[in-house]
Design a protein around this ligand. Structure first.
Ligand SMILES: C[S@@+](CC[C@H](N)C(=O)[O-])C[C@H]1O[C@@H](n2cnc3c(N)ncnc32)[C@H](O)[C@@H]1O
Length: 381
């Protein structure tokens, strides 16, 4: 017997709803919302939990909406198109609050702010995969490829690039695409020669009065519409001072907006491709380091730093880097994260060293998906 009628108890990290099977095991259900009564078909059964999907909604939530993409449910890109934006925001709040309680026994400041932008056409960076002649995205829960001729969350530049025959490289399995929002879409694949890369991959982004150099091979934030909100939040929190350190700095993104607020600026980034961009994006007096953050922190004294920004990948801050940050005493530690799970786990460790949350803000950079960006301002004492 693989089908059950269950009432959804809450939303879980990852976009599924959580319920319990009659035998007491937790059951994660794709395509369902809190409060709904759902006919669930199980797809995976383990000793402690099971997974399934909503085969039929018996009693729908008032926040249920009709998914706007015909590929919804097949494409791995969006998992929450069946929820209103109001629901998505509330679900993000509850999931993040629960993570901080679970991992760090910490209540986020009451009424912490969440910023949301446009629900459609927001995504300016993507990786396309090839299926025969057509580009597409990976299917949900599999390595299959869903061919796409349109995608309602892509920026107009990327959606146009999908439609047009402007993308060449028929032998390339994966392609990074980046739309700078001003009509320039750039492309990168791993076999690109340096001269082709110079022509096809290089780009610049104009944001809040700055023009930033980047290329389609490196990390750059993927929601340009909402990005100024995050930059302003970081600018306000960073304050002014003598020394700013920006760890996991990409092309020197945050430092470029903060450099006038500090006498000394150090950026540290592992991807060496970022270095030449950071040199263009930052003033000549800044120090741009190409190294793993944990190695740099292990070899350099950071006493006297005023503001330290960390914006690590999904995996969070490496353990040895966390140990150094625990011993250090920056006036402010600003932690930007694209994965609240690892951020909450890292905060649990920072908390034992005396860091406290002064401000928390959330950024719905990826509407229709379960991904969510978080900002924390931390201080010791
Ligand atoms: C989420 S991105 C943030 C980049 C930048 N702060 C921005 O907003 O554009 C994380 C960056 O950390 C870099 N990275 C990953 N692991 C690293 C490590 N151990 N040390 C330094 N940089 C690392 C990645 O190459 C990537 O550029």
């Amino acid at each position: 017997m693989n089908d059950f009628i269950l009432i959804m108890e809450k939303m879980a990290q990852g976009g599924s709803a959580l319920s319990h099977l009659p035998d007491g095991r937790v059951c994660f259900v794709d395509g369902a919302l809190i409060g709904e009564s759902v006919l669930v078909e199980l797809t995976q059964q383990k000793k402690d939990f099971a997974k399934g999907f909503a085969k039929k909604i018996v009693e729908p939530s008032l926040e249920r909406v009709t998914p706007f993409c015909p590929l919804y449910g097949k494409c791995g890109g969006c998992s929450l198109q069946h929820a209103s934006m109001k629901f998505q925001e509330q679900a993000a709040r509850e999931v993040v609050e629960e993570l901080f309680v679970r991992f760090a026994k910490e209540k986020l400041p009451p009424g912490w702010k969440i910023h949301f932008g446009s629900p459609f056409h927001y995504r300016n960076r993507a990786r396309f995969v090839r299926n025969g002649k057509q580009w597409g995205f990976r299917a949900r829960d599999s390595h299959d490829i869903i061919p796409l001729s349109d995608c309602p969350i892509l920026s107009s530049g990327l959606a146009q690039a999908l439609k047009e025959d402007s993308i060449h490289w028929p032998w390339v399995p994966e392609l990074n695409v980046f739309d700078n929002g001003d009509g320039c879409v750039s492309f990168y694949h791993e076999k690109m020669s340096p001269s082709e890369s110079l022509k096809k991959s290089e780009n610049t982004v104009s944001l809040m009065g700055q023009t930033l150099s980047m290329d389609a091979s490196v990390f750059f934030q993927s929601n340009l519409g909402l990005l100024p909100e995050l930059v302003k939040t970081v600018q306000n929190a960073a304050g002014t001072g003598h020394w700013l350190i920006d760890l996991f700095s990409g092309v020197g993104f945050f430092a470029s907006f903060l450099q006038d607020q500090f006498d000394r600026v150090t950026t540290v980034e592992r991807d060496s491709n970022c270095l030449r961009h950071a040199r263009k994006n930052l003033s000549a007096s800044s120090e741009e380091v190409s190294a793993p953050a944990e190695q740099w922190l292990g070899e350099n004294a950071i006493e006297g730093v005023d503001t330290l920004i960390v914006d690590p990948p999904r995996t969070g801050i490496p353990e040895s880097a966390l140990r150094v940050l625990c011993k250090a005493s920056p006036k402010k530690l600003l932690y930007v994260s694209c994965d609240p799970v690892t951020q909450a786990r890292d905060f649990a460790i920072l908390k034992t060293a005396g860091y406290k949350i002064v401000d928390a803000q959330g950024f719905g950079f990826y509407p229709q998906t379960s991904h969510f960006e978080m900002f924390l301002e931390l201080q010791k004492g």
